[in-house]
Write a protein that binds this ligand. Structure first.
Ligand code: ZN
Length: 401
């Protein structure tokens, strides 16, 4: 691997300059800025002499936060039904209406977190989005497929992400908001049976949490998008640099696909569109997904993700990446925060082999600059991009053998 360590600084520098270009403005999901990023990628791949760069169009969800507003708004209807209708209608009808609202809210959350389709999904605002897809053929016969994945879009810089303190506060509030929808059902039921005041207070506390969540949901889209230098221009730059290197030093028997996906930050519609169209061709492929690979002195892979029903990396994929990452001190990422998920869980859910690589600062569980307005290119570290490039290149070599 001696050529690897010699070449990595050069390609890391290229990854950095791509990231600098891509992170000049925020790239909201299904917006013209996301499309401009896709056009930049396509132009770069064309200029490398990669033939057949495809733009796959789809209709993508514009905001994750409107889903939050919808579900927690329903929960607020439940609280209001209990507190406002008990006198005019009687306790039992009031609690029954509250249960219907909590039940429907809980059902939508369950579907979302288990990645099932849910009613009203199509009624949330959608707009045109795209994936950029390209293939790099091997010198010999195609025996394997590997897909390098980086998402195009960046997230709204919602105030919960603005400081480390708020990010830490966000986690328990998000847990309380999600599980509170289910908890409210027995709490109000027992409240009318036992007339125990503490249960009423617990209900009001949950109502406050749901109000905070709902308010965040309805106001989130008024703010700006994060420039997304680390999340995820660092990954796009990394994949572009790998593409350039693969063009000069092709694989022997591995066809490498590049997938730059839209709408990862809202609902993963880009990955879903890719799976729908190309899934049958890539059933045996290994997906290597890059997330926030521009800041930090450690690289980790995500072992498990998702809420309510978490998904885990397939064991053979884990064994492979652990072995490949040994030389790089590859760690297991701490369980991502509530509400945070990557395209890997979508791939795992559909039965694909996938690994998500993510960089972090030693000893910190926080993701550097995650969804912040300060996620600008000047915070990117070329040393981090170099380690990630080196590891990815070793993974490619290993997979090709
Ligand atoms: Zn991301």
């Amino acid at each position: 691997m001696s050529t690897n360590s010699k070449d990595s600084p050069l390609f890391a520098q290229r990854a950095l300059s791509h990231a600098q270009q891509l992170a000049k403005i925020g790239r909201g999901s299904a917006t013209p800025a996301e499309k401009a990023a896709a056009e930049y990628i396509k132009a770069q791949l064309n200029s490398m002499g990669i033939p057949e760069v495809k733009v796959q169009l789809f209709s993508g969800e514009r905001s994750l936060w409107l889903f939050i507003a919808l579900t927690l708004g329903l929960a607020l209807v439940g609280h209001a039904a209990y507190w406002l209708l008990s006198t005019p209608l009687g306790a039992l009808p009031a609690v029954f209406i509250a249960w219907l609202a909590f039940g429907f809210s809980g059902y939508l959350l369950w579907c979302k977190f288990t990645q099932d389709d849910y009613p009203l999904r199509k009624t949330l605002p959608h707009a045109p989005s795209q994936n950029v897809i390209a293939k790099l053929p091997p010198t010999g016969e195609v025996q394997r497929h590997l897909v390098l994945v980086a998402h195009l879009d960046s997230h709204r810089a919602v105030f919960w992400f603005a400081t480390d303190f708020l990010v830490r506060l966000f986690t328990p509030i998000a847990i309380a908001a999600v599980f509170g929808v289910y908890l409210a059902i027995p709490v109000y039921g027992l409240a009318i049976l036992t007339h125990w005041p503490a249960l009423g207070w617990l209900g009001l506390f949950l109502a406050l949490i749901h109000f905070i969540g709902w308010f965040t949901g309805v106001t989130a889209d008024l703010g700006r998008y994060s420039p997304g230098a680390n999340d995820n221009a660092s990954a796009m730059g990394t994949v572009l640099a790998l593409a350039q290197r693969l063009k000069a030093q092709p694989m022997q028997n591995t066809e490498v696909w590049l997938a730059f996906t839209g709408c990862e930050e809202t609902s993963g519609d880009g990955m879903l569109a890719l799976i729908e169209q190309y899934g049958p061709l890539l059933k045996e492929a290994l997906f290597l997904d890059f997330e926030m690979v521009g800041i930090g002195d450690e690289i980790s892979y995500i072992r498990q993700e998702g809420n309510i029903r978490p998904l885990t990396i397939p064991s053979e994929t884990e064994a492979f990446i652990k072995e490949a990452g040994r030389h790089y001190g590859l760690k297991i990422a701490k369980a991502p925060l509530v509400g945070a998920a990557t395209e890997c869980s979508i791939l795992w859910r559909h039965g694909f082999k996938a690994v998500c690589l993510i960089a972090n600062r030693k000893g910190s569980t926080l993701m550097p600059e995650w969804h912040r307005l300060t996620d600008t290119p000047d915070h990117l570290e070329v040393g981090c991009l170099e380690r990630v490039h080196g590891l990815a290149w070793d993974v490619l070599q290993r997979f090709d053998q």
